[in-house]
Design a protein around this ligand. Structure first.
Ligand code: NDP
Length: 287
């Protein structure tokens, strides 16, 4: 392997330590950040995510409030809970674990969260704030990717970036963040013509497609920085969207799966909860 391995696991651990220090300082002022996580139904993957979110929240010294609701509750009941959490001063961040059961309107539920407590950054106001360069809550996975990119490359200004995927939770906000850092950004998707040729132009290649080993080594520009967001379960275990072993011979730096982007997501959720707490108390945003 010639590429530098971007160690998201180590970076996330360092980030959590910095967050724990900030939480300690807040507690000295009588403020304890609180994160409420709402899980509707018993989707096994969601249960795993919610459990690790709760655990890491407590580990950095924040209060964790878990609300587990049965899959057949009505949307109105869920909205009533969100209203209660919006009004609760002990709750600084609210996360509703997706996906929701099919009888619910996801957008209506997400948009019922107080945008200042929307630590997932999915509320329409936060999407708009990010797109217009205003103070926003930024979605956790792309925020984590941005931190790794800045750490690896420093200034992203003028770099050519290709984002594979245009979902609301990864691809689009990733593109917005890269644009905010003055990269020249192209968003690709399933209708894009000649993906290999497009990717070969990229100094920064972010893959968020959801297909195992989709990005081939000869799509990667020599020396490029490759961020692999994909999490795909295969017979060989968890793999990313990039054909890692081969791409690592060409790239300048690359994230592994697991141990790359994955651990950054929850660390950024905690970072967002800290930011929301600071803002709610009229304090400057944490570094
Ligand atoms: P979505 O399924 O919502 O979006 C996938 C995107 O990939 C779509 O925009 C789709 O295009 C595009 N795509 C699909 N097939 C192709 C193709 N053949 N060629 C080009 N583009 C294609 O996925 P998410 O954005 O939610 O997630 C992407 C991956 O990231 C998944 O593996 C997911 O598990 C992982 N993930 C990881 C997280 C983490 O914490 N590390 C967090 C969130 C997601 P189109 O819009 O045209 O259909």
């Amino acid at each position: 392997m010639t590429a530098t391995l971007i160690d998201g696991k180590a970076f996330a651990a360092g980030l959590r330590e910095r967050i724990a220090d900030e939480v300690k300082a807040l507690k000295d002022r009588g403020i304890t950040p609180g994160l409420a996580v709402v899980l509707v139904g018993e989707d096994p993957a969601s249960q795993v995510y919610v459990r690790s979110k709760g655990k890491q929240t407590v580990q950095v010294g924040m209060n964790s409030y878990e609300h587990k609701l049965s899959a057949d509750i009505s949307q109105d009941e869920l909205l009533t809970l969100i209203e209660r959490l919006n009004a609760d001063p002990a709750v600084n961040g609210i996360l509703v674990q997706l996906p929701l059961p099919s009888h619910m309107d996801e957008a209506a539920v997400i948009n019922a969260i107080d945008p200042d407590k929307d630590v997932d950054g999915f509320h329409i106001q936060n999407v708009g704030r990010l797109a217009t360069g205003q103070n926003a809550m930024v979605p956790c996975t792309p925020l984590g990717c941005l931190m790794l990119l800045r750490d690896q490359l420093g200034d992203l200004s003028g770099k050519s970036a290709v984002v594979l995927g245009r979902s609301n939770i990864v691809g689009k906000p990733m593109a917005q963040l890269l644009l905010r850092d003055s990269a020249t950004v192209t968003i690709a998707h399933s209708r894009t013509v000649d993906l290999p040729q497009l990717c070969q132009q990229a100094d920064i290649l972010v893959a968020a497609v959801g297909r195992a080993n989709f990005v081939k080594a000869d799509w990667v520009k020599p020396g490029a920085t490759v961020i692999d967001v994909g999490i795909n379960r295969t017979d060989d275990g968890l793999v990313g969207d990039v054909d890692f072993a081969a791409a690592a011979q060409v790239a300048g730096a690359i994230t592994p799966v697991p141990g790359g982007v994955g651990p950054m997501t929850i660390a950024c959720l905690l970072a967002n909860t800290l930011t929301a707490t600071a803002r709610a108390n009229g304090l400057p945003d944490p570094e």
